[in-house]
Design a protein around this ligand. Structure first.
Ligand SMILES: [Zn+2]
Length: 227
């Protein structure tokens, strides 16, 4: 059975991944793709510019969390040296879902699992504090990655620590910690972790998209947020 089908079949209703005080109708979609004409004259690689655009979207939709971005082509990484800069080798296709909301917002565990690894990925444009959980469902193992967390989120973790669905996992980091983005959660599902620990690519190039889109299915198949 394909991971896409497995994660889709786990629960028929939506699964909260942030503080349950935030109601479902406060989650609003956001388009940060290169095709969004509203971004044409905005340099969203600057966290304060990106935040202003997020705030504009939240204000006009009466939302609290702007989310989206799976397989979105973005201009968000062009200033970061670790994303490449030559032709097809540019990594600009996003492999997770981002939840843009206030630093300090609680992150909840969407699905029972245990800690696979965690690490503070401190390079500019990386994830900052990151947690990876391992899940087993129908005898298939897969992973979920939580990036751009606060430093405190890594306290008390150890490999194998078990979390139940709905448990408090972490809080979102500030711009200086997360590393240089408007505050958000990067949430990604991974089939084959490829021996990586505490880190896994969250953005890919067009010539590796086929592999990564299979290995990292749309997290909303699990979460079932209305888009
Ligand atoms: Zn992301």
């Amino acid at each position: 059975m394909q991971l896409h089908h497995i994660i889709e079949s786990i629960q028929s209703t939506s699964i909260p991944i942030l503080d349950t005080e935030i109601c479902a109708k406060s989650y609003v979609p956001i388009d940060l793709s290169t095709s969004n004409t509203e971004l044409k004259n905005l340099d969203i690689t600057r966290p304060e510019v990106c935040q202003r655009y997020i705030d504009t979207v939240l204000l006009r939709t009466n939302g609290k969390v702007a989310f989206g971005g799976y397989l979105e082509h973005r201009n968000l990484y062009s200033d970061k040296s670790n994303f490449g800069s030559s032709g097809d080798a540019v990594r600009n296709i996003h492999l997770g879902i981002d939840f843009w909301c206030e630093a300090g917002t609680k992150v909840l565990v969407p699905l029972e699992g245990k800690v696979h690894s965690f690490q503070n990925n401190v390079a500019i444009g990386d994830y900052g504090p990151t947690i990876i959980l391992e899940h087993t469902y129908n005898r298939i193992s897969f992973y979920s990655l939580y990036g751009h967390l606060s430093v405190e989120s890594l306290n008390g973790l150890f490999k194998g620590k078990v979390f139940r669905q709905g448990d408090f996992l972490a809080t979102l980091g500030t711009v200086d910690i997360n590393v240089n983005y408007a505050p958000h959660l990067h949430f990604q599902i991974i089939r084959d972790i490829q021996d990586k620990t505490g880190d896994y690519p969250g953005v890919c190039t067009s010539n590796t998209l086929e592999f990564y889109s299979q290995n990292c299915p749309n997290p909303n198949l699990l979460l079932k947020l209305k888009t």
